[in-house]
Design a protein around this ligand. Structure first.
Ligand SMILES: [Zn+2]
Length: 73
């Protein structure tokens, strides 16, 4: 019986992660309407002011990912 419950939990978790990833991808595709790095208002189709803001933000995201991974282990 526990196996069925475990499988249901795994399926639910997989489904949630899949939906989150799809929502993130959609948000990237359509932009946020503000700069993800400095917060300045932009056209709804944009997520960054310029390449510098995009690079800064992606560096921070990578560092955050490294810290989270290190913390979990
Ligand atoms: Zn910016």
């Amino acid at each position: 019986m526990a196996d069925i419950i475990d499988q249901a939990q795994e399926l639910t978790q997989f489904s949630c992660e899949n939906q989150i990833n799809r929502a993130r991808a959609a948000a990237k595709e359509f932009g946020h309407g503000y700069c993800l790095n400095c917060g300045v208002s932009l056209a709804p189709t944009h997520s960054y002011c310029d390449a510098d803001c995009r690079d800064d933000h992606s560096k921070r995201e990578r560092m955050r990912g490294i810290k989270i991974t290190g913390y979990d282990q």
